[in-house]
Design a protein around this ligand. Structure first.
Ligand code: HEC
Length: 192
């Protein structure tokens, strides 16, 4: 046991009739404990300010997408973040989408529209058999991977009033893996 620790401990339990001088000396020997506690406390408060700054990052919505440009499927798949994504994992995540969407060419309309070939299409226009909500039918953007990423992160916030009752994929790696797989398998861009 380190000397400073044993001194702190013995002074704490020392009987009250200890002389004033030695009481103070005993307390002063405790300074390493105080320094460690302060260092720990300041470390904690730094962590908190980091978290706060990421929380205040602006959220991308349909209204703030700005000018859009759709690249080819291969251009997306050969650049970060999709070139590093795990498409096999993305396919497993797509099971969540299949609860409401078919993904194959000519697939049925279910709770949600068929999604084959939706990349590069205007919102609310991929499946003309589907009765889109007014919010999606009137939305003025195209489905780029960037728009899809923001939609999947938080559907209700990206386009208020839409009817996709899906909580979203909060994890960025999950979205990257899923979008990489969708680009490869659900895009009607034949690539090279
Ligand atoms: C609970 C059912 C449900 C789930 C799960 C779901 N969706 Fe949807 N999705 C919908 C509905 C309903 C709409 C149409 C919303 C509207 O009209 O406002 C929609 C619309 C969409 C659109 C817009 C299509 C267009 O033509 O504009 C995309 C893209 C989309 N979903 C992708 C996904 C992906 C990717 C997943 C999986 C991560 C997913 N959805 C999971 C029900 C669902």
């Amino acid at each position: 046991m380190p000397r400073w620790y044993s001194i702190c401990w013995s002074k704490r339990i020392r009987p009250v009739f200890a002389s004033k001088g030695s009481w103070l000396k005993g307390r002063l020997q405790c300074w390493p404990v105080v320094v460690a506690a302060l260092a720990f406390a300041s470390g904690c408060s730094n962590d908190k300010s980091d978290t706060a700054s990421t929380e205040t990052r602006p959220v991308l919505t349909a209204a703030t997408l700005g000018e859009q440009r759709m690249l080819t499927r291969d251009e997306y798949l050969s650049a970060s973040p999709y070139s590093d994504a795990d498409a096999a994992r993305g396919e497993r995540l797509a099971a969540q989408c299949r609860a409401c969407h078919t993904l194959n060419a000519g697939g049925a309309t279910m709770i949600g529209p068929n999604l084959y070939g939706f990349f590069g299409q205007r919102a609310g226009a991929s499946d003309d058999r589907f009765a889109y909500s007014q919010a999606l039918a009137e939305a003025d953007f195209i489905w780029t991977p960037r728009a899809l990423d923001a939609w999947l992160a938080e559907p209700a916030r990206f386009l208020p009033g839409n009817r996709m009752s899906y909580a979203g994929l909060r994890d960025e790696d999950d979205r990257n893996d899923l979008i990489a797989w969708l680009l490869a398998e659900v895009s009607n861009d034949p690539g090279e």
